[in-house]
Design a protein around this ligand. Structure first.
Ligand SMILES: NC(=O)c1ccc[n+]([C@@H]2O[C@H](COP(=O)([O-])OP(=O)(O)OC[C@H]3O[C@@H](n4cnc5c(N)ncnc54)[C@H](OP(=O)(O)O)[C@@H]3O)[C@@H](O)[C@H]2O)c1
Length: 317
């Protein structure tokens, strides 16, 4: 099968080549991948930056040979004890999604919502689950919430999920060219970050996908018991990356009534099913910025690195 692989860190080490079609183990399925999505996490894994992530991803060389995680496709073989059937159409996380076939754990996939294309469904796993967990942490029901970085992969889902979760006022922050899109997704108010300062207003929660403002600026715009859900901190240095910034903000939060919350998203089948339900209810859609072929993966990585994606970037395998 064709796959994007890497035997050392660095975007220049990415190769498109042939690999054996994998066999599913117990409680696993093999999916014929129709579409995959690329995320900032894939950029970090492929580049090996910041270096501290090599502690878990492989010290000298990446532990995972095939790149990519988010996908949608059709179950084509099942391992022992799997509850899925050949022919089921699914989306979720795969151990290597930038390939024609991928192995998925039974409890890391869900049924593709009818009416949603494979490309749209492939956008959901990491970004959608992150948005879902962020909205939960922000406790938005009846509250005023702002999503900073509202036009990106996570942000565009967070706007819609916050609306569906009963927030009284949902605001988004993005560049001028994306204001109309964020409005169309249901935002009550949209700030163009070049001309408007959202921190001059008051919110019960900030879902921060952009990391473009200082901790003091964010805390100033929060109500006394407000929450800052910090998803996209500033990049930071080559070794520790955003870690020192996040730890500093979390420790400040210990002495303040406002809370700073940081977490690593976990794609469970239950969360994927909830995203599927939101899609079926007409409350959640994927905006696709651009589709790339496997041969154009390097360009897709450059697009991710620019942090200017408009919705999701899709890889056609
Ligand atoms: N904790 C976790 O588990 C987790 C999971 C997923 C993602 N993340 C992190 O969350 C962040 C967002 O991920 P993503 O996939 O949504 O990235 P993305 O698709 O690249 O989106 C980034 C967005 O930020 C916006 N932006 C750029 N500069 C801005 C500014 N000065 N003010 C406000 N918005 C600005 C861009 O909008 P314009 O193009 O309109 O400028 C773009 O749409 C990343 O840092 C990622 O690593 C964390």
């Amino acid at each position: 099968m064709r796959a994007a692989t890497q035997t050392r860190y660095g975007l220049d080490a990415i190769e498109i080549g042939d690999r054996p079609i994998p066999e599913p183990g117990p409680a696993q399925v093999r999916v014929r991948i129709e579409a995959a999505a690329i995320n900032p996490a894939d950029w970090h894994m492929a580049s090996g930056r910041p270096s501290f992530l090599r502690l878990t991803e492989g010290l000298r060389t990446p532990r995972k040979e095939i790149l990519g995680a988010d996908m949608a496709g059709v179950v084509d073989a099942v391992g022992e004890g799997s509850t899925w059937r050949v022919g089921d159409e699914v989306f979720g996380g795969s151990k290597g999604a930038f390939a024609e076939f991928g192995l998925c754990a039974d409890d890391r996939i869900a049924t593709r919502p009818a009416g949603m294309s494979f490309a749209e469904a492939a956008g959901l796993p990491i970004a959608g689950v992150t948005a879902l967990q962020a909205v939960e942490h922000a406790a938005v029901e009846g509250k005023r919430v702002v999503v900073n970085g509202a036009s990106g992969g996570v942000g565009h889902y967070a706007i819609q999920i916050a609306k569906a979760s009963g927030a009284s006022h949902v605001a988004g922050v993005c560049s001028a060219s994306n204001v109309a899109m964020v409005n169309d997704l249901g935002a009550d108010e949209v700030y163009d970050y070049a001309t408007d300062d959202f921190t001059a207003d008051r919110f019960d929660a900030v879902i921060d996908c952009a990391g473009s403002r200082t901790g003091s600026e964010i805390r100033r715009c929060l109500t006394p018991e407000g929450r800052w859900v910090l998803l996209g901190p500033p990049k930071g240095g080559r070794v520790l990356g955003p870690l020192p910034f996040v730890l500093r903000q979390l420790s400040r939060s210990l002495f303040s009534k406002t809370k700073t919350i940081a977490f690593v998203a976990e794609e469970t089948d239950e969360r994927l099913r909830r995203l599927g339900d939101l899609v079926r209810n007409g409350q959640l859609q994927t905006v696709i910025d651009k589709e790339y072929g496997l041969a154009d993966l390097r360009t897709a990585f450059d697009h991710v690195e620019s942090a200017r994606a408009r919705g999701k970037l899709i890889i056609r395998v």
